[in-house]
Write a protein that binds this ligand. Structure first.
Ligand code: PRX
Length: 650
C-alpha cells in the first residue's frame, strides 16, 4: 500500500467545537486584519491587576525598533498559573513527577500544593535578599523543585535564567556573569539514565570562574542525597530554607513589559545570547496557543518531554499548561532507560492524552523498532506533537501509525527561543496534515518568504522565512545588548523579523522548514553555534584553526563534524582527538562534544580569507562529487588533501 502524501482532518477527532479549516481561516484573518481587537479579546484570558488600555505598540523598522504589548497593563503570571485555579480546581493535579528510576516512587502535586511550594520558595528567595528585577540562575534537573523555583522567581518579579543541566561550569559561569546573578538554585546531582550529573560541583567551579559577579546564595535541593561540598553562609539547603517560610506570598504585580525570564541560545556568531521575554504578551499568547494547538481540556493528561533548560520547557512544560489549569507529566530521565519502551510505559502508566516530543526522540524509538513500544497499548493517546527540528516523513509516519495507531493527529510545531511560542502549526481537527510540514501560521503570525535580494515571494516558493509583524510572545531584546538584537534579527531584511530558517511554501500555502541558513547546527533538537565550538577549540594550545560543520545523522538530525589544524609542533593522534572532544565538553558541555574530528593541514578559504563551509559540509557528508565551484579558493589543492584525509578516517 502506498502511503498518502496528505492526511485529511480526522473523523474520529471531535474535541474541537468547530472542526473545519474555515473556522481557523476566519479567526486567522481576524487576528491579522483586526489584530488589536483580536488580542484585546484574547487578553481577557489573563487576570490583570491593572487593565491595559493599549494593545500593541511596535515597529520592525530597524532605526526605530520597538516591541511592546499591553504596555500599561500589570499582572503576575503565577497568579494566573496557580491562584486563580485554587477555588474550583485546587485539588486537581498540576504535575505528576516520574523519577528517573522506575522503582522509585512518583510524586503527584496538586494546584494547592504547587501554591504552597511556590510561595514558600518565593519567601525563601526574599529572605536571601532577592528583589523584583534581580536575575536568579537555575541549574537544575527535571524535578518539581525546578518548576517551583521558576515560578517562585516570577511570583516576586525576579527574572529567572535557567541554564540547561548539560552545560559545563564554564558555560554556567558566563551566564551567571552576564545576568549578574547573585543567587543560584541547583541540586546536589541530576540523574539521566544510569548516569549522574554533578550539578552542585559544577556550580562550585562556575562560581570560581565568575569574573564580575559574587554569588552570595546557592540553594541546593537534595535530589540524590550525594555527598557534596558545602560553603557555610553561601550554601543553603532547599528544604531547610523553605520549610521555615510562610505558606502564602503576595504576588508582585509587574508591568506587562517587565522581564519574565532570560534564556540563552546560540547564534551564528559569538557567545550565546540572553534572549529576554517579558510577562504580559508571553502570558496571553502561550495561554491561547497551548489551549488551541493541543486542544487541551481540563482533566486531560499532557506530557511534554522537553527539559526546562530549553524554551519548550518554559512555554509548554511550565507556563502554557499552568495558565490553562492543565495536568502535566514531568520526567527526570531518558526515554529509553532502563528499557527501550520506557517512554511508552510512562504514557500507559498515566494514561497520557497528549504527547509533545522531539523528532530526535522519535527517530531513536524508531531505531529500537518494536522494542520501544512493546507491551504498551498507547491507547490513551489522542494527540501527538513534535518540535525542535524538521521531522522527516518516515519518522512522522512511524509516529502516526506505531505510536498514534493511526488515530492521533500530529501537530508539527515550528518555533524558536526568540519567538516565545509556537508560530507554525496545524490545529488538530481543523488542518489537514502533510508529513514533514509545520503547515500554517498560528493566530497573529504573518509569515513571508523572501529571496536573497529581499523580494517578498508569492505563492509556492523557496526562500528565507521572515515574519512581517510583531506577535505578543516575541522576544524583546538580548540581555545587555539591544544593538545585537537589532543586528541579528532585523537587519537582514528591512522591516522584517528574520528567523534564519529557510523554507518552502507549497501550493496550499503550507510551510516546509528546510533548516537553518546561518551557521547554527541542530543536534538532537539542541541549537549549537558553530562559532562557539570553534572558539572553544582554538582556545586549546594545540589548535591553530578550527571549522565546525553539521553532517546529517540518522537519529540526531545533525552531528558535529570538526576540522582542526594543529600547531606545527603537534602531531595528530587518537589521544589528541579524545583530548579535544573532552576539551569542548569542558568548555561548553557534553551536547557540544564533536562526533568526528578530522585533522587538516589547511582549510579551504577564499582569497579574502573566508572559510568555505559549503565545501567542508560536502566533504564531511561524502558528497565530494557535489563540491560546486572551487575556483575562487586561495589554494584549491587543500580540497584534495581534505578528501584524502576524510577517506582515512571513514
Ligand atoms: O531551525 C528551526 C528548528 O529549531 C530552531 C530553533 O531552535 P530553538 O531556539 O532551540 O527552539 C527549539 C524549540 C522551539 C529553528 O530556527 N525548529 C524548531 N521547530 C521546528 C524546527 N525546524 C523544523 N520544524 C520544526 N517543527
Amino acid at each position: 500500500m502506498t502511503e498518502p502524501s496528505s492526511y485529511p482532518v480526522m473523523d474520529v477527532y471531535r474535541q474541537r467545537e468547530a472542526t473545519d479549516l474555515s473556522h481557523y481561516q476566519q479567526q486567522y484573518d481576524e487576528s491579522i486584519n483586526n489584530s488589536d481587537a483580536f488580542w484585546r479579546q484574547k487578553a481577557q484570558r489573563i487576570e490583570w491587576t491593572k487593565p491595559f488600555t493599549e494593545v500593541e505598540n511596535s515597529s520592525f523598522d530597524r532605526d526605530n525598533l520597538h516591541i511592546r504589548w499591553f504596555e500599561d497593563g500589570e499582572l503576575n503570571i503565577t497568579s494566573n498559573c496557580i491562584d486563580r485555579h485554587l477555588d474550583k480546581h485546587g485539588d486537581n493535579t498540576a504535575f505528576i513527577f516520574e523519577p528517573n528510576n522506575p522503582d522509585d516512587s512518583n510524586r503527584v502535586i496538586s494546584y494547592k500544593e504547587l501554591y504552597r511550594h511556590v510561595c514558600q520558595m518565593a519567601n525563601a528567595l526574599k529572605s536571601r535578599g532577592v528583589k523584583k528585577g534581580d536575575v536568579v540562575t537555575l541549574y537544575m534537573p527535571m524535578i518539581p523543585e525546578a518548576i517551583f523555583a521558576m515560578l517562585a522567581c516570577a511570583r516576586i518579579g525576579a527574572p529567572h535564567s535557567v541554564v540547561f543541566g548539560g552545560f559545563s561550569p564554564e558555560a554556567l559561569a558566563d551566564r551567571i556573569d552576564n545576568g549578574q546573578s547573585k543567587v543560584v538554585i541547583t541540586a546536589d546531582e541530576g540523574r539521566r539514565g544510569s548516569k549522574t550529573i554533578p550539578l552542585k560541583d559544577n556550580v562550585d567551579v562556575a562560581i570560581q570562574h565568575c569574573h564580575s559577579t559574587r554569588v552570595d546564595t546557592v540553594i541546593v535541593v537534595a535530589n540524590t542525597g550525594a555527598e557534596i561540598t558545602w560553603v557555610d553562609g553561601r550554601d543553603v539547603d532547599y528544604t531547610e530554607i523553605t520549610d521555615e517560610q510562610a505558606v502564602d506570598c503576595e504576588p508582585v504585580s509587574v508591568n506587562a513589559e517587565d522581564p519574565l525570564f532570560i534564556l540563552y541560545t546560540s547564534g551564528s556568531t559569538g557567545k550565546p545570547k540572553g534572549v529576554v521575554h517579558t510577562t504580559g504578551g508571553y502570558s496571553v499568547y502561550n495561554s491561547l496557543a497551548f489551549e488551541e494547538i493541543f486542544d487541551y481540556h481540563r482533566g486531560e493528561t499532557y506530557w511534554c518531554t522537553a527539559d526546562i533548560g530549553w524554551i519548550t520547557g518554559h512555554s509548554y512544560v511550565v507556563y502554557g499548561p499552568l495558565l490553562n489549569g492543565a495536568t502535566s507529566v514531568i520526567y527526570e530521565g531518558m526515554p529509553n532507560w532502563p528499557t527501550a519502551n520506557r517512554a511508552a510505559t510512562i504514557v500507559d502508566k498515566y494514561n497520557v492524552d497528549i504527547l509533545y516530543t522531539a523528532p530526535t526522540a522519535i527517530r531513536a524509538m524508531m531505531a529500537d523498532g518494536d522494542k520501544s513500544i512493546e507491551n504498551c497499548s498507547l491507547s490513551s493517546l489522542r494527540l501527538l506533537g513534535t518540535v525542535g527540528e524538521p521531522i522527516n516523513p518516515e519518522a512522522w509516519r512511524w509516529l502516526h501509525s506505531e505510536v498514534g495507531k493511526n488515530n492521533c493527529p500530529i501537530v508539527d510545531t515550528w518555533w524558536q527561543t526568540e519567538t516565545g511560542g509556537i508560530m507554525l502549526t496545524p490545529l488538530p481537527g481543523a488542518t489537514a496534515l502533510k508529513p514533514g510540514s509545520a503547515t500554517l501560521p498560528f493566530f497573529g503570525i504573518q509569515p513571508e518568504v523572501l529571496d536573497a535580494d529581499g523580494t517578498v515571494l508569492n505563492g509556492p516558493c523557496s526562500g528565507g522565512l521572515c515574519i512581517a509583524k510583531s506577535w505578543p510572545a516575541q522576544a524583546r531584546t538580548i540581555f545587555g545588548d539591544h544593538q545585537r538584537f537589532i543586528d541579528t534579527y532585523f537587519s537582514s531584511y528591512d522591516g522584517y523579523y528574520f528567523t534564519s530558517d529557510g523554507c518552502n511554501r507549497d501550493e496550499d500555502g503550507y510551510y516546509w522548514i528546510t533548516g537553518r541558513v546561518d551557521d547554527v547546527l541542530n543536534v538532537a533538537g539542541h541549537r549549537m553555534g558553530t562559532a562557539e565550538i570553534e572558539s572553544a577549540l582554538v582556545a586549546h594550545h594545540a589548535v591553530t584553526e578550527a571549522a565546525v560543520v553539521g553532517k546529517p545523522h540518522a537519529i540526531k538530525g545533525e552531528a558535529i563534524y570538526v576540522y582542526v589544524s594543529l600547531n606545527s609542533d603537534t602531531e595528530a593522534s587518537p589521544a589528541l582527538e579524545k583530548e579535544l572532544k573532552n576539551w569542548v565538553r569542558q568548555e561548553i558541555g557534553a551536547i557540544a562534544s564533536p562526533d568526528t574530528i578530522q585533522f587538516a593541514n589547511g582549510l579551504p578559504k577564499t582569497r579574502s580569507g573566508k572559510i568555505m563551509r559549503r565545501i567542508l559540509r560536502k566533504i564531511a557528508s561524502d558528497e565530494c562529487d557535489q563540491l560546486g565551484d572551487t575556483s575562487t579558493l586561495a589554494d584549491p589543492t587543500v580540497v584534495d588533501q581534505l578528501i584524502e584525509q576524510r577517506q582515512m578516517i571513514k
